[in-house]
Ligand binder design. Structure first.
Ligand SMILES: *[C@@H]1O[C@H](CO)[C@@H](O)[C@H](O)[C@H]1NC(C)=O
Ligand SMILES: *[C@@H]1O[C@H](CO)[C@@H](O)[C@H](O)[C@H]1NC(C)=O
Length: 344
């Protein structure tokens, strides 16, 4: 009886140990790494001791070149990169903030896979995604940078039968309306746009069309003031200084869009301002485990709406401008979290 009502010193120690181990293990459960048998396990563990990192993700070479040539990324002295699953994860800092940057490769699957590796292997506090885009909005032109609030995957369709009835969703494109010289019948009929199945922690599967970036990060981004580049090289400069636009809608598909009619359709039907091939995938992969994510896309082309430029001649300028905004964001994020942690 006495033992039960009055715990001995030994029992208190036992309780203390219990709590110690509880916190110890719950801490390590939260951090990331590779499976214990993986040859790079200890390398990654050492890298993660420097974290948490901002995961900076881009899709293709012009965008990765912008990071490399800018000099804004400072590689770590020890272990400046690690190669995993065919991709190179660069370890270092941008404006004093710990960053892992990686080029995913183009289109949705590469983007999703790469973000998932980042989240699983590295101790990551959030994903910053930047790259180029086509503009579908006549008020947004070459070199401008869009910081969208939402992105939709517009490449998942129900392809309907010829002469099928008009759907109730109204999220359709009917090919007959695009016959030339006049509207008529078209055997390609109609496609209906489908929402994505979003699986996320603590929630049942949800069908969503618009995937949101992190609202707290968006609020931080919205206040950024960044001077963008106007000149592609010594001989060509844009007529106006590019601008950063906030809160618009982006669309993603495994399609390089270079078609004026479809560009106009996306703008009119969905209010899409930029088109790309990865943003929605990056957002979806990050929001599934509730990790913050934000997107910066620089306009390299008009998705088929342009009169003069070929669709890729301004991609270096667009990459650099998107990177500039992303870097400014990382800098401000670092300062804010510094304040939050009481380090200033
Ligand atoms: C198109 O871009 C302009 C300029 O940023 C913006 O004010 C407008 O809201 C955009 N249109 C849509 C439908 O988002
Ligand atoms: C400068 O950039 C423009 C636009 O991308 C391009 O058409 C032109 O060839 C470039 N000139 C030089 C000298 O690189």
């Amino acid at each position: 009886m006495a033992m039960e009502s009055k715990p001995s010193i030994g029992r208190l120690w036992c309780l203390l140990f219990f709590f110690f181990f509880f916190f110890f293990f719950s801490f390590f459960r939260c951090s990331s790494s590779l499976p214990s048998a993986h040859p790079l396990r200890s390398v990654v563990d050492q890298i993660n001791e420097r974290g948490p990192f901002v995961g900076l993700v881009m899709a293709y070479s012009a965008e990765a070149d912008a990071v490399e040539s800018s000099g804004w990324f400072v590689p770590a002295n020890a272990q400046p990169y690690v190669d995993l699953y065919g991709r190179r994860f660069h370890i270092g800092t941008i404006r004093g903030v710990h960053v892992v940057y990686v080029m995913s490769g183009q289109r949705r699957l590469n983007a999703g896979i790469t973000v998932q590796i980042l989240l699983d292997v590295f101790s990551v506090r959030g994903i910053v995604h930047f790259g180029t885009a086509g503009s579908a909005n006549d008020s947004i032109s070459f070199g401008d940078v869009s910081v969208p609030k939402f992105a939709a995957f517009t490449g998942s369709w129900t392809w309907k039968k010829f002469n099928s009835l008009k759907g109730s969703s109204n999220q359709e494109i009917s090919f007959s309306e695009y016959n030339v010289p006049a509207e008529g019948k078209n055997l390609l009929s109609t496609v209906e746009f489908k929402p994505e199945e979003l699986y996320s922690v603590g929630q049942p599967m949800k069908e969503v069309f618009w995937l949101p970036v992190n609202s707290r990060w968006f609020q931080i981004a919205e206040k950024l003031e960044v001077e963008l580049e106007r000149c592609a090289n010594k001989t060509y400069c844009l007529p106006n200084t590019p601008k950063v636009v906030f809160g618009l809608k982006a669309s993603t598909a495994d399609v390089f869009l270079d078609n004026a009619a479809y560009r106009k359709f996306l703008f009119k039907k969905f209010g899409v301002s930029t088109v790309d091939e990865e943003s929605a995938a990056v957002i979806m992969t990050a929001i599934s485990p509730a990790v913050p994510v934000i997107v910066f896309r620089g306009v390299s082309d008009l998705a088929g709406g342009e009169a003069h430029w070929s669709s890729t001649s301004l991609s270096d300028l667009a990459s650099l401008n998107a990177l500039k905004v992303a870097v400014k964001f990382i800098e401000v994020l670092g300062r804010k979290e510094h304040l939050l942690l009481g380090k200033d």
